[in-house]
Ligand binder design. Sequence first.
Ligand code: CP
Length: 329
Amino acid sequence: MTEGLLSIADLGAEGIQRVLELAEACQEISERPIPKVPTLRGKTVATLFFENSTRTRLSFETAAKRLSADTMTFTAATSSLTKGESLRDTVETLDAMGVDAMVIRHPSSGAPAQVANWVRASVINAGDGQHEHPTQALLDCYTIRHSLGLATGSDFAGLRVTIVGDVRHSRVARSNVAALSLLGAKITLVAPRTLLPPSLEGWPVVATSDLDATLAETDVCYLLRLQAERMVGPLIPDLDEYARRFGLHRHRAERLPKDALILHPGPMNRGIEIDDDVTDLDRTVIVDQVRNGVAVRMAVLYLLLGVPGALGADRAVDEVQTMNGAERG
Ligand code: CP
C-alpha cells in the first residue's frame, strides 16, 4: 500500500505536530494575493465522495488547486455505480488513470482502508461511517492552537476539552479524542447515555450527562450534530428536551470561562446543539475551522505527494519552509 492517511493513529503525536507546523506555512500561502504555488504540479488528486459533503470536499479541492495539482471529482450519483459497478472496480478504474491521491468519504467504516489495499494512489480518509475523520481533527487542533495563541509546536497539556452531543455516531469525536489526547488535552464527553458508545473502555476520557456541571471547567467546548442518518431507532425521546439539556444556549455560553472557545465541525443544526446567538460570539470559531481546513489539507497533500515518506519521517517541515521561501522569490 502506498502511504496514506486513514486515521489519527497513522500520525501519532509527532505526525500531528508536523502537519500543524506545515499548515502554518500553507496558511501563509493561502493569504497571498495569488494563493498558489507550483509544488504539486503534475500530480492528480481525486475526490471520491459516496456521502454528501460541503466543507471537506471543497476544501480538499481548493487545497489541491493551491498546490497546483490537477483535480478530478467523482460523484457517486452520476457514476457507473448506478449501473452496478463495485467499489473495487470503481477505484481501480480511477487508479488506472494515474491518480496520485484519492480523497474518500464513504458511509461504511473501514471503506478507505479497504480501498488502500486495492490502489497504488495514496488514500486519504475524508470520513468513513462512524469510524474516523482525521483531517477534521487536524484542522480542529490547528484552530484551537491558533485561537488560544499557543506557540507552534506546543502541546495541549492541561487543556480541558468538553465534547458535547452525539458521540456514539461521530467519526469527528473519535478522531478528535485520538488527536487531542495525543497532544495532552483532558477530554470530557457530555451526552445522554444512549448517545455514548456502548463501551468507553480504552477511551482516554471521562463521561457525564451533566453539561451545566462541566461549563466552568471547559477551555474548549466542542459541539456535535445529532447524526440522524446513522441512528438506528429512536435514541432520544424528544428533540426539544435534548436541546434543553445538551444545547449550547447563550446563558450556558456565558458560564464558560471568559477565554473558552466554541467549536463545531458543521453542518450545524441551529436551535438544537447550538443557538443562533452563540454562533455569533467572538469566541465561536466555526468559520476559522473552515478557513484553516484548507491550509491543513494543503499540508496533508504536500506531506503525502510532495515529500515521499514524509508522513512518517522528520524532514517535511524543513522542506516546506524551503518550498515556501524558494517559491516566493
Ligand atoms: N465537517 C464536515 O465534514 O463537513 P462536511 O460534511 O460538509 O464535509
